[in-house]
Design a protein. Structure first.
Length: 523
C-alpha cells in the first residue's frame, strides 16, 4: 500500500529557509522527517510550494538527496490543494496521503507512526491527532477522500480561500458525516497553551530556536509537550500585542475604569515618539497587533490619523482602536479609509484595522449610569458610520457587570444579528477589578478551576504615554519595567521572564494573586 507524503511550503512562512537548527532550516528538518517516514512506509514525497520559492525548494531537496516531485502555483487555494493532492496520489499509485506543513521542525515520528497505523487499521478516510501542540503531527487522508473533497470544492465558496493550517479539517467539517474520521487523542490536552511549532513568523522562530537550544526535544510526544509547556522561554517569546497610551484624555469616565489621575489627563504621546516606537515594534516583533487605546481616547490625539497611516506602512502590523465613538465622523473615516486602501497587504492573520466601540448597554439610562455621560446616541451612531467604511471589522462592546447584566441579552440579540450594520460582530468583555483597586462587580465568575500562566505576561506589552512600561495593564502605572524611549524593547520584555516562571510554578505576587485576568486572551 503506497503512501504519498506531501509537504506544503508556503511563501508566507517568513523563516522557512533560515538555518537556525545546527545549520539546518525548518524546511530541511521537515524534509528529513519526510525522508525517514517514507523509508518506513513505502511511497513517495511531493512538495506543494509557492512558485516564488521553487529554486530554494529544489536546492534543499538536492542537497539532502531526496527525490520529490515539486508542484508550484502562484497562489494556493483550498481547491488547488485538494485537486493537486488527488492527482498526485493517483499518479503515484498511493492509497493514502500524509500531509504536513514544511515549516514545522519538530514533527514527531512516534506520533506519525500512530496516525499511520490508526488510519490504516480502521480504514479511515481522514485521521488527525488532537490534544498535542500544533506542528507536532501530520494529517492523513484516503486517496478516494481527496477526490471527493476535490469534487466538493466545486460547490463550496470556502474552496476559493487561501490555504491555511486548518484548511483540511475545516473544509472536511462542511460535510463531516460523510467521512470516516479517526482521532489519535493525546493523554493530556495541550491545546490551551496555543503553542504552534512552526517558523511562519518571528515569534514561532524564536519558540522553535529556544526548544532546540534548550534541548527540549524528546522522542516521547507527551514528554516533549510537557517540557515545552513548562519552559518560560517557550511560553513567552516576543510580544504579539502592544497596548499603547497615545492619549490620556477621555470624553467620559466609565465606572469600570479606575479613577487614577496619574494615567488620565490632557496629555499625549508626541507623534515623533509614536513613530519611533512603531519602528521599534516592527523591528522586534515583525508581526503584532497594536492597540492605541490604553487609558484614554485615541481619537482625541491631534495626530490620530497620521499615527494610523504610520502603522499601516508596516505589513506585519495590525491596528486596534477601542473608542467611545464621540469623535467618529464621516470625514475622519474617509481619510483613514483612503490610507487603508493604499497601504501594503497585511502579512499577519488579522485585519489591518479593527474597531471596538464601547456601548455597554441597551438603553440610554444604563449607558449614562455606567459612563457618567449622555453620549449613548453618539456611540451607537459611531458603529453605523464606521461600518460604512470598514466592513466586517467593527465590534460593538459591552463590559459585563452588575449594572448592565439585565440588558446583556437585549444587547447581544440586537448586535449579534447578522442583518445588523456590523454583520453580527459583537464583543462581551469581562469586568476587571485591577487587582482589587475597583469593587468586584462581576455577575459571574468564569475563571477556570486550574490556573494557567498569565496570557498577558506572555504576550502583551503595555506602554504609557511617557514611554514607561508597567508589568501589565492590571497594575495600572505601577511596577514599571523600563522605558521604551530610552531602552530597547527586548531588554524591557525580558525583565518579566521571572514572573512567568513563578506562574508556571503556581506562585504569585500579591497583585497577581488578586487578579483573574490571567485566562483572558487578546491576540
Amino acid at each position: 500500500m503506497n503512501t504519498l507524503l506531501i509537504l506544503f511550503a508556503d511563501k508566507k512562512s517568513d523563516y522557512l529557509f533560515d538555518k537556525c537548527f545546527d545549520s539546518q532550516s525548518a524546511f530541511e528538518r521537515s524534509v528529513l522527517w519526510a525522508k525517514n517516514t517514507i523509508s518506513k512506509f513505502k511511497g513517495s514525497i511531493a512538495v506543494f510550494a509557492h512558485k516564488a520559492i521553487f529554486s530554494k525548494v529544489q536546492e534543499v531537496l538536492s542537497s539532502l538527496s531526496v527525490d520529490a516531485e515539486i508542484v508550484t502555483l502562484e497562489n494556493w487555494t483550498i481547491q488547488d490543494l485538494f485537486t493537486n493532492m488527488s492527482q498526485a496520489a493517483i499518479k503515484n499509485n498511493a492509497a493514502n496521503v500524509l500531509y504536513a506543513w514544511a515549516d514545522q521542525p519538530f514533527i514527531n515520528e512516534e506520533l506519525t507512526k500512530e496516525i499511520y497505523s490508526t488510519h490504516t487499521e480502521y480504514k479511515a478516510e481522514y485521521t488527525f491527532a488532537d490534544g498535542y501542540l500544533s506542528g507536532m503531527t501530520p494529517e492523513m487522508l484516503d486517496t478516494e477522500a481527496c477526490g471527493i473533497l476535490s469534487k466538493l470544492c466545486e460547490t463550496k465558496d470556502m474552496a476559493k480561500n487561501a490555504v491555511s493550517r486548518e484548511s483540511v479539517f475545516d473544509f472536511l467539517k462542511l460535510d463531516i458525516n460523510s467521512f470516516e474520521v479517526e482521532t489519535v487523542v493525546g493523554p493530556e490536552d495541550f491545546k490551551l497553551y496555543r503553542i504552534a511549532l512552526n517558523t511562519s513568523d518571528k515569534a514561532g522562530l524564536t519558540l522553535c530556536k529556544n526548544i532546540f537550544e534548550k534541548k527540549l526535544q524528546d522522542n516521547s510526544p507527551l514528554e516533549f509537550a510537557k517540557k515545552v509547556c513548562n519552559a518560560p522561554e517557550c511560553l513567552k517569546t516576543i510580544p504579539s500585542y502592544y497596548n499603547i497610551q497615545i492619549s490620556g484624555k477621555r470624553n467620559c469616565s466609565p465606572i469600570y475604569e479606575p479613577d487614577n489621575k496619574a494615567i488620565f489627563g490632557d496629555f499625549y504621546m508626541p507623534f515623533e515618539k509614536v513613530k519611533d516606537l512603531i519602528y521599534k515594534i516592527n523591528e522586534f516583533s515583525n508581526k503584532a497587533v497594536i492597540s492605541l487605546s490604553l487609558w484614554g481616547e485615541a481619537t482625541c490625539h491631534p495626530d490620530f490619523e497620521k499615527i494610523i497611516e504610520e502603522i499601516l506602512k508596516f505589513p506585519g502590523l495590525s491596528i486596534l482602536v477601542e473608542t467611545d465613538g464621540y469623535l467618529i465622523t464621516d470625514a475622519l473615516c474617509q481619510k483613514i479609509k483612503q490610507a487603508l486602501d493604499s497601504c501594503p497587504e497585511g502579512t499577519n492573520q488579522y485585519e489591518r484595522l479593527m474597531w471596538i466601540v464601547r456601548i455597554d448597554s441597551a438603553t440610554k439610562e444604563t449607558y449614562q449610569l455606567i459612563n457618567k455621560s449622555d453620549g449613548y446616541e453618539k456611540a451607537v451612531n459611531a458603529v453605523t458610520i464606521l461600518s460604512k467604511y470598514f466592513t466586517g471589522t467593527v465590534y460593538p462592546q459591552l463590559v459585563r457587570m452588575n449594572e448592565n447584566e439585565e440588558e446583556l441579552e437585549a444587547f447581544y440579540r440586537f448586535w449579534s444579528n447578522p442583518q445588523n450594520v456590523t454583520g453580527g460582530k459583537v464583543i462581551v468583555q469581562k469586568y476587571s477589578t485591577f487587582c482589587g483597586v475597583l469593587k468586584d462587580k462581576k455577575p459571574a465568575d468564569l475563571s477556570p478551576i486550574d490556573r494557567n500562566p498569565c496570557w498577558h505576561l506572555r504576550r502583551d506589552m503595555n506602554i504609557l504615554a511617557d514611554g514607561s512600561v508597567p508589568l501589565c495593564r492590571e497594575v495600572l502605572n505601577s511596577q514599571i519595567q523600563g522605558n521604551v524611549f530610552t531602552e530597547d524593547l527586548q531588554t524591557i520584555w525580558k525583565k518579566t521572564d521571572q514572573e512567568v516562571s513563578k506562574h508556571i510554578n503556581k506562585t504569585y505576587s500579591a497583585q497577581c494573586e488578586k487578579c483573574d485576568e490571567y485566562y483572558t486572551f487578546n491576540f
